[in-house]
Design a protein. Sequence first.
Lengths: 200, 200
Amino acid sequence: MAHSTRSQLLVTARELFAERGFYGVSIANIATELGLTKQALLHHFPTKEKLYGEVLKEISGELEELLAEIAASSEQPAQRLRRFYARLVSDDADDAIRARLLMRELLDNRYRAETAGVWRLKPFLKSLIAMAKEAPGWSHATDAQALALVYQLLGAVNYYAISAPTLRGILGGPGARALKQAFPAQLETLVEAAIKSPPG
Amino acid sequence: MAHSTRSQLLVTARELFAERGFYGVSIANIATELGLTKQALLHHFPTKEKLYGEVLKEISGELEELLAEIAASSEQPAQRLRRFYARLVSDDADDAIRARLLMRELLDNRYRAETAGVWRLKPFLKSLIAMAKEAPGWSHATDAQALALVYQLLGAVNYYAISAPTLRGILGGPGARALKQAFPAQLETLVEAAIKSPPG
DNA sequence: CTTGACACCTACCGATTGGTAAGTCAACAT
DNA sequence: ATGTTGACTTACCAATCGGTAGGTGTCAAG
């Protein structure tokens, strides 16, 4: 049932929530996008919150999957981290949508925290910390230091990932394209430089 | 008129927009926070959009002011950049509110772009790029490369700045405090390492 | 031929949204 | 005394919000 109404609703909801935020989208918006009424949506998802929660669950699952895939590789720790961050900044439109929705959740969840099980990000961060501490020079770092590192890099990637429309506005098409081209190499440099500068 | 109703409304609006986003806050919410009716607010600001626009204008002004202040100092370029980023991650609650609101604007402005004059961030980014290109080894970098650098660092700082509640949820109080303590030093390391790794 | 489940609909609900209209009331200038 | 003005109010509006109630039509199983 890859194209069932239900899964189409989830896809559409993800896109709209990512673009306009939870309060910026009505269930009617989501349903009419597929030529349905909001009652059709409510037939598949009992409430708006539940729908949002399911979108979030899908996303956290995808993230863990991605990290697990890279963690399972036989590369060096530093190389794995580089590849992980590079992967997050891919051109894939779905990745941008996911980054936007996660950023919004980061901003909003103070007001929806426990209801949606947001702390799902916890194992994801734990894995990242573990990966960082395997890098040369980082084995003696504290968890807080390793977390600061991976979190800063996460920020470097995701901040950019959500900025595409704004940057295109500020820089214009050619400027935005030049940035898009320069960004990955600069990011790799940043990740490498950061790992090579362990604390202490 | 430092404590005029008008300026109090602007302060309250900034806080609430930062916490819940444009669509998550009603003008009635903002007004009742000060014991007023929403019509009192509409007396001072003709529409909700105009109110939001004024908040945004204030904020971009503050950012440019901060950057100008640091740019005017006699420090070395690299030192100025380090201090600028460190300043953004201060404990100041107002800084956190500003970071949250800017992040929301970054996410939302595709749908409100020209109306609110968001491209005000442009001179701010230009100044940052100029400051980066003054650092040793960066004079031959392209604008796109310098922008990639400063934008990544901006992301590293702001992503963390908006994450406080979520991280407290994930890590618990002690863990969050340890991170808060480790973050600035790690950030300085990151900025330094990044500047010392010019492209090419 | 009937039954029941499923997917979806129209009709409706009370609450809330941003905003308008038309005041009231105190302070101040003439 | 008499306007005028600024700050704020109550009363109201149509539109939209999330959600409920009670259908209709289709299709497969018995």
